[in-house]
Design a protein around this ligand. Structure first.
Ligand code: ADP
Ligand code: ADP
Length: 222
């Protein structure tokens, strides 16, 4: 599903050059749930941004869903990202002055040919999947951290993405809420077959996934 071949990422400014990723080769199969662990600064976020097509590598190639995305134009990349990928962040990234359901509908606003009624219907379905059907009219600051992350997950899955990329999705949550969010992701992986790549510092969470990739200093070490 995701093939990274000889990926290199060097951040360059006038005076500093930082190698964030060095010769990274990773293959992630369709339907896999993989976690990525490693110390701060080892390149995890850079890797996730590159897999999410948010940032381009300085070397190497990426194949996603059998398409060579490294050669795509910006416009095609954006369309591909919108259609195939869903994102979850540690800090939820919800819009505080939009209601829960309006937050969840957002990704569909950037797709053509979906009516307002269809957006509502799909947002309600997504909120049902994350167990928040009773919170559609609430605002993010009226919810617990775990509930906010579940809203973010509903937003991430409303477009039926084939790949979910999660950057420390349980990092701001206590263990009970973290478990709730983790169980939800395990469920999505199992029932919808969604491929999931999760960066985490939490060994307990990583253990629940099918494979753990360990990073150190810009490289995969195991
Ligand atoms: P992690 O997510 O594992 O903490 P990052 O991917 O954020 O690691 O960072 C990897 C390395 O790249 C670090 O040395 C960091 O300082 C550097 N880095 C990250 N983003 C930038 C940037 N925009 N400009 C320059 N250096 C960066
Ligand atoms: P942190 O793990 O440090 O709290 P986040 O999880 O908030 O960081 O974000 C991880 C990365 O994703 C950052 O490099 C950030 O620039 C990027 N990012 C955050 N929100 C968005 C967004 N809505 N769209 C695109 N990129 C984002």
């Amino acid at each position: 599903m995701i093939q990274l071949l000889n990926i290199e990422k060097i951040y360059r400014t006038d005076t500093i050059e930082t190698t964030a990723l060095n010769n990274v080769n990773i293959n992630i199969n369709k339907g896999e749930f993989v976690s990525i662990m490693g110390p701060s600064g080892c390149g995890k976020s850079t890797l996730l941004n590159i897999m999410g097509l948010l940032d381009a590598p300085t070397g190497g190639s990426i194949t996603m869903d059998n398409q060579s995305v490294t050669s795509f134009s910006r416009k095609r990349l954006a369309a591909f990202r919108n259609l195939k990928l869903g994102f979850i962040f540690q800090s939820y990234h919800l819009i505080n002055d939009l209601s829960v359901i309006d937050n969840v509908e957002l990704p569909l606003l950037y797709r053509s040919g979906i009516s307002g009624a269809e957006r509502r219907k799909r947002a309600l379905e997504a909120l049902g999947k994350v167990g928040l059907s009773a919170r559609t009219k609430h605002y993010p600051n009226q919810l617990s951290g775990g509930q906010r992350q579940r809203v973010a997950i509903a937003r991430a899955i409303i477009g039926n993405p084939e790949i979910l990329l999660a950057d420390e999705p349980t990092g701001n949550l206590d263990s009970a809420m973290g478990d709730e969010v983790m169980n939800l992701m395990l469920h999505l992986n199992k029932t919808d077959g969604t491929t999931i790549v999760m960066v985490t510092h939490d060994e307990q969470m990583a253990k629940k996934t099918q494979r753990v990739i360990h990073f150190f200093d810009g490289q995969q070490v195991s």
